[in-house]
Design a protein around this ligand. Structure first.
Ligand code: ADQ
Length: 494
C-alpha cells in the first residue's frame, strides 16, 4: 500500500489546551488509532479529518497546521454547531446506533430529528472531505458516527477508493430490522469499496442483513473476505480484529516506574489477590454484572473473603447523556450495598474509582493484579483484555473474559471464557482463577501474550490496507441511499 491515507474520524486525535505561560498548545491524543497510523502517516504522508471538539476561542486552524508539520499529516477540522453535536453525536450515534448495534434494544431511542442531525452532520463531513481530498488518497472512514459519509462523498463526485471500519459490533438481522432507517444505513455502507468489521460474528451479521434487505445484492462468502456484487459495482467486506501496540505496553510495563507503582498498589492489599476491572462508564461493559458475580463468588466461596479485592477503574464517559448519569448512580449504590454486606475487620471487597488513570498508573494496576475481569455484555473488541496481557510481564495474571467481547475468539485458549449474565458461572470462574496454579497461569498467560504480540495493531492496519488493492475497480457513482433520505437531508440543511 503506497497511496497516502485520508483518515476520517468523529474526533480529531488531538488535545487543545491553554497553557498559562506558553498560550494555546496542541498535542496528539494517545488513542490506539493514532498510534497505529502514525508510522504510516510519517512514511507516506496523509490527512486527517474530524471534529476538533469544543475549542473555545483557540486558533484551531493555526494549531492544526503546527501539529500537522510534526506528524507529516494535514489536519482538517469539521465545524459542527452545538445543536448538531447534540442531535448527531449524543443523540442518534449514542442513543440509537450504539445500543442497537450492541443488541441492547431497551436502551435505544428512535427519534427522527436526531436521525436528521446525523444525516446532516455526515453530509457536512463529506463536504469538508471533498475539499480536502487529493486525487491519490485512500479515504478511510472510522466508526458508527460516520456511516453515511461514503455515500455523500460519492454524491459529491469523489471517485477515490473508500474504505470503512466499524469499531463496534454489527447486529443480527432481527435486531437491525428495528431501525426505521435500516435501508439507508445499509445502503450507505455499500457505498464503500471495503467495509471492515472487528470479527467474523459482525461480518456474518452484516452479510445476512445485506441478503435480507438489499434485493439486488449478490453475496459470495469467500475465505477471508465476502464479496457483494451490486449492479455495476463490487463491495468487499472482511473481519479485521483491532489490537494494541504490544511492544509499547510490554516494555513500559517492565520499567522501574511501573514495577514500583505495582508494588505500592499491592502493598495496600496484603495477603490478598487483586482482581481488576477497567472500563469506560457504559452499560455495554457489564460492570454491574461483574459486581453481582463478584458478590456471588464471595457468598458461595467463603474462602475468598478477606483474600481477594476487586479494584474497578471506571473512566467517565458521555456524562451529558442522562442515562449514563443514572448508571453511575446505580453502580455507586451497588458498591455500597456489597461492601456493606461483606465488610469486616477493615477488609472491603470492592474498590471503585471513577476517574481516568494516567497510562503509567494503569500499567501499574495491570501488573499488580492477579486476575482481570472483562464482562462486557457485547463489545466490538475490548482492548483492555489485550492491554492486560501485554502488561502481564510476570506471567502470573489470569484473564476472565466475556464470550461476547470481540476479543474472545482470539483469546479463548488462554482466558477463562464466561457468559457474564450467568452469575453463577462467572462466580465459579472468579473462584477458579483465584485458585489457579502458578503453572497453569503461566501457560495460559504465555499463550495469550503470544497471540497479542503476533496480532498487534500494526498488523491490523497492514491487513486492512492490503485488502484495498490499488487499481482494482474504478468506482462510478450509483445512488445508494433512497430518495427519501436525500429529501430529508435537504430538509435538515435548511
Ligand atoms: P471502547 O468502548 O472505548 O472502544 P475498549 O476497547 O475497551 O473500549 O477501550 C477502552 C480504552 O480506555 C482502553 O484503552 C483502556 O485502557 C482505556 N481506559 C478504560 N478505563 C480507563 C481508566 N479508568 N483510565 C484510563 N484509561 C482507561 C471501542 C469499542 C471497543 C473496541 C475499541 C477499538 O467499543 O469494542 O475495542 O473501540 O476498536
Amino acid at each position: 500500500m503506497s497511496n497516502p491515507l485520508l483518515i476520517v474520524s468523529n474526533r480529531l486525535p488531538i488535545q487543545i489546551a491553554k497553557d498559562h505561560e506558553d498560550g494555546w498548545q496542541i498535542r496528539p491524543s494517545s488513542g490506539g488509532l493514532v498510534t497505529a497510523l502514525r508510522p504510516i502517516l510519517k512514511q507516506y504522508g496523509g490527512s486527517w479529518v474530524g471534529w476538533p471538539g469544543d475549542c473555545g476561542d483557540a486558533p484551531v486552524d493555526e494549531l492544526l497546521g503546527r501539529l500537522g508539520k510534526d506528524l507529516n499529516c494535514r489536519f482538517h477540522g469539521v465545524g459542527l454547531s452545538p445543536e448538531l453535536v447534540e442531535g448527531f453525536y449524543y443523540g442518534f450515534s449514542n442513543e440509537t446506533l450504539w445500543p442497537l448495534f450492541h443488541d441492547l434494544l431497551g436502551h435505544a431511542k428512535f427519534e427522527r430529528p436526531k436521525w436528521l442531525s446525523y444525516v446532516e452532520s455526515n453530509r457536512i463531513f463529506a463536504e469538508v472531505l471533498r475539499n480536502a481530498v487529493r486525487e491519490d488518497e485512500l479515504v478511510w472512514v472510522h466508526d458508527y458516527q460516520l456511516i453515511l459519509v461514503g455515500h455523500y462523498l460519492r454524491e459529491l463526485g469523489v471517485h477515490n477508493k473508500l474504505a470503512y471500519f466499524l469499531h463496534i459490533p454489527f447486529p443480527p438481522p432481527d435486531i437491525f430490522a428495528r431501525l426505521p432507517w435500516r435501508a439507508e444505513v445499509l445502503r450507505a455502507l455499500l457505498a464503500y469499496d471495503l467495509v471492515g468489521f472487528q470479527v467474523q460474528r459482525d461480518l456474518r451479521n452484516f452479510t445476512q442483513c445485506v441478503r435480507q434487505f438489499i434485493r439486488e445484492a449478490r453475496v459470495s462468502v469467500q475465505r477471508q473476505i465476502s464479496v457483494i456484487d451490486l449492479p455495476g459495482r463490487r463491495v468487499r467486506a472482511g473481519s479485521f480484529p483491532i489490537s494494541i501496540d504490544f511492544k509499547e505496553f510490554d516494555s513500559a510495563a517492565r520499567s522501574q516506574a511501573v514495577q514500583d507503582t505495582a508494588w505500592y498498589i499491592h502493598e495496600n492489599f496484603p495477603e490478598q489477590q487483586l482482581a481488576l476491572g477497567v472500563d469506560r462508564l457504559d452499560y455495554t461493559k457489564g460492570i454491574a454484572a461483574k459486581f453481582l458475580a463478584f458478590e456471588r463468588a464471595l457468598e458461595k466461596y467463603p474462602d475468598l473473603r478477606g483474600k481477594i479485592s476487586l479494584i474497578q477503574l471506571v473512566v467517565p464517559s458521555r456524562q451529558d447523556i442522562p442515562e449514563y448519569a443514572a448508571w453511575k448512580q446505580k453502580l455507586d449504590e451497588l458498591v455500597g450495598r456489597i461492601n456493606g454486606r461483606f465488610d469486616y475487620r477493615g477488609w472491603a471487597p470492592l474498590h471503585y474509582m471513577y476517574r481516568s488513570v494516567p497510562r503509567m498508573e494503569l500499567l501499574g494496576y495491570y501488573r499488580a493484579s492477579e486476575i482481570c475481569l472483562v464482562t462486557s455484555l457485547k463489545d466490538g473488541m475490548n482492548l483492555v483484555a489485550k492491554e492486560y496481557c501485554a502488561a502481564s510481564v510476570d506471567d502470573h495474571g489470569a484473564l476472565v473474559l466475556s464470550e461476547f467481547a470481540g476479543s474472545a475468539p482470539q483469546m479463548r485458549e488462554g482466558a477463562l471464557i464466561v457468559n457474564p449474565l450467568d452469575r453463577e458461572a462467572t462466580a465459579d470462574a472468579i473462584h477458579r482463577a483465584f485458585h489457579m496454579s502458578r503453572e497453569e497461569r503461566r501457560d495460559r498467560m504465555r499463550r495469550l501474550r503470544r497471540e497479542v504480540r503476533r496480532n498487534d495493531v500494526f498488523r491490523w492496519v497492514r491487513t486492512f490496507l492490503d485488502q484495498v488493492r490499488p487499481g482494482e475497480e474504478v468506482h462510478t457513482h450509483t445512488p445508494v441511499v433512497t430518495p427519501a433520505v436525500r429529501d430529508e437531508s435537504t430538509a435538515a440543511g435548511e
